[in-house]
Write a protein of this length. Structure first.
Length: 224
């Protein structure tokens, strides 16, 4: 791959990569036959960014929740089967729902599949929860006619859809214990890999550390 006109240390340069390694850096590099060319148009060329922020408790909760969307659940019969096969008692928590499975859901749709246990399903976007009728009753949604985020239909009935109400819902369900982090921590710890870091120094062909690529500006780039 050839990256054309990228900003690097204040200069516009071309950068050639081969086999996942930077092989050439110069003011202008001719493209080779069948070489993919990416036009940077003056954009900064940076090392790979590693997003270290995570939603730890949300992931731990999702691990012990019922998956209600692709790829585990792809259509209405599969969702119905998943909701009805859960044999535990108490609250049933689903995650990852998408409309491609069974369209727009509300309390009455969920009641057809699960009415004996309080059920709440989180939309894949994370912005909405969908509750069945038993769940709306236990949370007392009808007692909060002016609460923002509780959807009502044209007749003023609670639909079971809650928008951006995670803090409120968390407070109402405070009696439920926080998800256990140990299983998630153990799984994550064994999957950690070293993070590559790109560094630079002034070129010195005799230095043992200079194993990278010399650029036209006299800098040496390498990955450790």
């Amino acid at each position: 791959m050839l990256i054309v006109a990228a900003e690097l240390t204040g200069e516009l340069v071309d950068v050639r990569c081969s086999g996942g390694v930077i092989t050439e850096i110069a003011a202008q590099l001719p493209a080779k036959a069948d070489e993919f060319v990416l036009k940077a148009r003056g954009g900064a060329l940076l090392p790979g960014l590693h997003d270290h922020h995570i939603h730890l408790f949300a992931q731990a909760a999702a691990d012990v929740s019922l998956h209600c969307g692709p790829p585990q659940v792809a259509d209405r019969p599969q969702l119905q089967q998943a909701l009805q096969q859960s044999a535990d008692s108490g609250w049933l928590r689903g995650v990852g729902y998408h409309e491609s499975v069974a369209g727009e859901l509300d309390r009455w749709a969920l009641d057809q599949w699960q009415s004996e246990r309080p059920l709440r399903i989180q939309h894949r976007s994370g912005k909405m929860w969908i509750l069945n009728t038993l769940a709306t009753q236990l949370l007392g949604l009808d007692d909060h006619p002016k609460q923002p985020g509780i959807e009502r239909n044209a007749q003023g009935q609670v639909t079971g859809r809650l928008f951006r109400m995670d803090p409120w819902l968390r407070g109402k369900l405070a009696q439920q214990s926080a998800p256990e982090l140990a299983p998630l921590s153990r799984r994550r710890s064994v999957s950690l890999m070293p993070v590559p870091v790109i560094r630079r120094r002034k070129w010195n062909s005799s230095a043992s550390w200079c194993r990278g690529v010399k650029s036209s500006s006299g800098w040496c780039y390498w990955v450790i």
